[in-house]
Design a protein around this ligand. Structure first.
Ligand code: AMP
Length: 555
């Protein structure tokens, strides 16, 4: 017997219209290229979104058309999210940090018809457009002094500037109703090998994700809070923040292109930001700025960190300042959040060191996610906190396939339709997940696997180390052995060979206290910085390539 309830489609415009009426005090706070800050309420934002939707429809953009963005975090990018999806088209957020060949590939693969571009990215365009068979037409998001020549180079595709194009459009739009399974956005994963793979989000998955995240992160994401998203709108929907803030009445804050510690501190201080969301690298530069100034920005209360593993020293540094650290794990294919690392009430009295150890774990699944662990033969293993295996997930907010990519789809799902995350993890009796490595980053030594994340975490607790990665380097006898690539706090050039040997010996002493001897790294390299991927994570693939022959050379 079926229930007898109404069925209203879960569409992203319903979130915006809810915010407009329910949260008149909430603000969208947006800093531009010139560092000026604008404030809008959701009513004003809705008017601008309607103007943009009217203009898009006048360009004959319709259901299913892909419209791309190449832009920093600001109010216009948010307007694009809502307007494009609201008319049934698909918002394709392009990551400007990808290599030009990748950008051209995804624009062509997605068949983007329009591309909205921040003026700072104009110099990339001639190269990109030359590589795309049917290049999209371009809208410039704002003017930038000195960009006339760059604009001239794309004149054949240039439709005009955003504000000029939308200014005469009506501030109301009759939003169409469509099937909630209609696509609303597409994001490509920056795969470590091969071409990026597209994940096509639906309105339904996006609204459900926003509701799930709003419930799970209610302690930091609530009415009246100001939330600074350092997660780019061009990557994994900024963890759903464009929707979750509007859903709960929080005020999203966007930093524009200025992501250095000093600019972040100034924005937070001026705008009384409560919560900052980002990957460890960008939150570390904020921490350094706080250290330098010896004070916190006013109102700052908590961070949400995710995207790559955090270290105990990172958590302790923030918590010593009184900033609570919340941890999340997720991925592009999951809309993107899968877990939240809040501490259960009965655990909150644990000693500080225990709490830090708990916070290092990626946390419990948010509502709606199912998880299983499998061994190398694909057999399910116990969730006992000890056995590690590959993590597979299933949910209404997980991709069911990759866009126009049957081969990648065939590899990514098991026979029952579970998605293989590629993460190696254990899950303890309380359902708390610990990612121990990416499957591709595991180090295979003499037939045994060594997880790099545990080694890195211990190495980062050494006072002389600012950042590090442990990667596999080829070894004649053992197949692969771990190599530490570290950024010391002192300039690496100041280390004599003896200093470096002494540091390596200290690191091995530290590791020996926690790990079996065969897992201890065989070498140490000091660099002044680690290479990052397009999404701000340490690029282990680059390090592996660079140091592949380190041990054969050393011998
Ligand atoms: P992406 O799709 O680019 O967001 O990358 C997703 C991958 O980032 C995951 O599969 C994990 O390997 C990694 N990741 C995300 N969050 C965390 C976290 N909190 N701790 C460790 N790794 C993470």
């Amino acid at each position: 017997m079926l229930g007898q309830m109404m069925h209203r489609p879960l569409c992203t415009t319903t979130i915006l219209s809810h915010a407009r009426t329910a949260f008149p005090a909430a603000r969208i706070i947006s800093r531009g290229q010139d560092k000026s800050v604008s404030h809008f309420d959701f009513g004003q934002l809705s008017g601008r979104v309607a103007q943009l939707a009217n203009w898009l429809v006048a360009q004959a953009i319709g259901v299913g058309d892909r419209v791309a963005t190449l832009a920093w975090n600001d109010h216009r990018h948010l307007e694009l999210y809502y307007a494009i999806a609201g008319i049934g088209a698909v918002c394709h957020t392009v990551n400007p940090r990808l290599p030009v060949d990748n950008i051209a590939y995804i624009i062509e693969h997605a068949e983007d018809r329009l591309l909205f571009v921040d003026p700072g990215f104009l110099p990339l365009l001639p190269d990109i457009l030359a590589k795309v068979k049917n290049p999209p037409e371009i809208v410039l998001l704002s003017e930038l002094a000195g960009s006339a020549a760059a604009r001239q180079a794309i004149a054949a595709h240039d439709l005009g500037t955003y504000e000029t194009l939308i200014q005469d459009q009506p501030e109301a739009f009759d939003w169409p109703e469509f099937d909630e399974n209609t696509a609303c956005g597409i994001c490509y994963t920056s795969g470590t090998t091969g071409n990026p793979k597209g994940v096509l989000y639906s309105h339904r998955s996006t609204v459900l994700h926003a509701m799930q995240v709003a419930i799970s992160f209610s302690s930091i994401l609530r009415e009246g809070q100001r939330v600074l998203s350092l997660v780019p709108l061009f990557h994994v929907n900024a963890w759903g923040l464009p929707y979750t803030c509007a859903l709960v009445g929080a005020s999203p804050v966007f930093a524009g292109p200025h992501l250095d510690g000093e600019s972040l501190f100034e924005l937070m201080q001026a705008e009384q930001v409560n919560s900052v969301w980002g990957v460890p690298t960008v939150l570390t530069s904020l921490l350094q700025e706080i250290d330098k100034r010896g004070c916190l920005p006013a109102g700052f209360d908590n961070i949400l960190v995710g995207g790559s593993a955090v270290s105990a020293s990172f958590i302790e540094a923030y918590e010593k300042l009184g900033i609570s650290v919340n941890h999340a794990w997720g991925m592009t294919e999951m809309n993107p959040i899968g877990t939240q690392g809040s501490i259960a009430p009965e655990m909150q009295q644990l000693p500080r060191a225990e709490l830090t150890r708990l916070k290092l774990r990626q946390g419990r699944k948010i509502f709606g996610i199912e998880m299983k662990l499998v061994d190398q033969a694909g057999q399910e293993i116990a969730q006992d906190g000890r056995q590690s295996g590959e993590l597979l997930v299933r949910s209404n907010t997980t991709a069911a396939q990759y866009f126009k990519n049957p081969q990648a789809t065939a590899e990514a799902f098991d026979a029952e339709g579970w998605f293989r995350t590629g993460d190696i993890a254990n899950i303890d009796a309380t359902g708390n997940l610990l990612i121990t490595d990416r499957a591709k980053d595991l180090i295979k030594s003499g037939g045994e696997w060594i997880s790099s994340l545990e080694l890195e975490n211990i190495i980062l607790s050494h006072a002389a180390i600012a950042d590090c990665a442990v990667v596999a380097a080829a070894h004649e006898k053992w197949d692969e052995r771990p190599l530490i690539v570290a950024v010391p706090k002192r300039n690496p050039a100041d280390y004599s060979a003896a200093d470096k040997d002494a540091l390596f010996a200290e690191l091995l002493d530290l590791l020996r206290q926690n790990l079996p001897k065969w897992q201890l790294p065989d070498g140490l390299v000091l660099l002044d910085q680690l290479p990052l991927t397009a999404t701000g994570k340490i690029s282990k693939i680059k390090l592996r390539e660079q140091f592949h022959t380190y041990f054969s050379k050393a011998e």
